[in-house]
Design a protein around this ligand. Structure first.
Ligand code: NAD
Length: 372
């Protein structure tokens, strides 16, 4: 038996995403043939008690209240950052300078200039990077991309993309890192996903006209009192793609009633596609080739034909879930580290999303279209 090399993980943060990453590491090894074993080495969080209890729950051997312990530990290969956005840059840069591979949650950094610095540092050091744009790992979104690229929809004319949830719609919910001027706001938090999907499907956006709106101007602080909120609750943009299509992208965290509306609709001269993450195992396809009187959106259900669905389940229509997308993302990243293919979404690609966000924000202030 050939012994696989081990990749040791240092995870920073044990909240929503920290747990999703741990699920992803566990599932990826069982579902994919990855040429390395994963070792959950050390978990860092804000204090020792939080770190220790999460390390015990998630199966990490060690815990610490100082993330620099991970960066400085020669036994750790990958620094996995699931901490608040404003901390990503400092953590990633220190990890890169210690020659670690870095897996960082989106948005990559508060500013485009930060993301550029992180990307340049990683590329100079030759480490592998990954940003958490897991929705792109859905086999139905890959199918949509293939259908668009193959010309099945004809000439692409228009696009509508949205990522809307309602978890910030209650004005008495407290101020969190997501409201921080550094890297916060609905456009960075959710619109980043919608922008990534738009470019994944249709290629580069070349012009934007943004409209970023703050609706809830202050929120209670956990320690008492109120804190001003300046970031957007809704970030929208009209967009023009390099391929000639035009469209619209929105990030919205006050969309009352919506829990996971990561949706898109693409219209071409010969057909159309509709997708919603609320039913992530379905892609809806309309074809003008269908006979008159029989036209309508047909539902394509995820099945083993749609790689890598079959790695999870041999039967069609049984469905994969949100955490499985993380496992697909992680499998791609581990393979890239082992020299098997490119990273699914590198820092350079994450930087591109940051660039779009910043252009939309600037355009919203100047009330003018901006080239990207
Ligand atoms: P969270 O608040 O649930 O978790 C953040 C964790 O970081 C907590 O455990 C917190 O204690 C820890 N932390 C804070 N400061 C720290 C420090 N100095 N050192 C070590 N640990 C520290 O937040 P979350 O929802 O998990 O979001 C974390 C990141 O994941 C954000 O960048 C967010 O944008 C991203 N995110 C991505 C997705 C996705 O689908 N890809 C979904 C949700 C969140």
């Amino acid at each position: 038996m050939i012994r696989k090399p081990t990749l040791s993980i240092g995870l920073i943060g044990s909240g929503f995403m920290g747990k999703a990453h741990v699920f992803g590491f566990a599932t990826a090894q069982k579902v994919f043939d990855i040429p390395a074993k994963v070792n959950l080495h050390t978990l860092a969080d804000i204090d020792q008690q939080t770190a220790k209890s999460a390390a015990d729950e998630f199966g990490f051997k060690n815990s610490t209240d100082n993330w620099r312990d991970l960066v400085n530990n020669p036994e750790i290969d990958i620094i996995d950052i699931t901490a608040p956005n404003a901390l990503h840059k400092e953590m990633a840069l220190e990890a890169i300078s210690a020659s670690k591979h870095v897996y960082c949650e989106k948005p990559l950094a508060p500013l485009f200039s930060d993301a550029l610095e992180m990307t340049n540092a990683a590329e100079k050091m030759g480490v592998k990077t990954q940003v958490g744009f897991n929705y792109l790992c859905n086999p139905m979104i890959t199918l949509a991309k293939e259908m668009i690229a193959s010309g099945e929809l004809g000439e692409i004319r228009s696009y509508r993309g949205i990522h809307a949830e309602d978890y910030m719609s209650n004005a008495s919910d407290p101020f969190t890192f997501r409201h921080d001027q550094a890297g916060g706001g609905a456009l960075a938090d959710l619109g980043s996903h919608a922008l990534a999907t738009a470019e994944f499907l249709l290629g580069e956006i070349k012009e934007v006209m943004g409209d970023c709106i703050n609706l809830i101007s202050e929120r209670p602080e956990i320690g008492g009192g109120n804190k001003a909120v300046q970031v957007d609750d809704i970030g929208r943009a009209f967009v023009r793609f390099s391929n000639g299509a035009s469209g619209y992208v929105e990030g919205n965290w006050v969309a009352t009633g919506r829990k996971m509306q990561h949706d898109f609709e693409v219209h071409g001269s010969k057909g159309a596609l509709f997708f919603t993450q609320e039913r992530l195992n379905e892609l809806h396809f309309y074809s003008t080739k269908d006979a008159g009187g029989r036209r309508g959106f047909r539902k394509i259900e995820a099945a083993p034909d749609h790689y890598p669905y079959g790695n999870f389940c041999v039967a069609p229509g049984h469905q994969i879930g949100f955490n499985d997308l993380k496992a697909i993302e992680i499998a791609g990243y581990l393979n890239a580290i082992m020299g098997n293919g490119p990273e699914p979404f590198s820092f350079r690609q994450g930087m591109r999303i940051q660039h779009l966000i910043e252009k939309i924000q600037k355009s919203s202030t100047t009330r003018r279209w901006l080239s990207v």
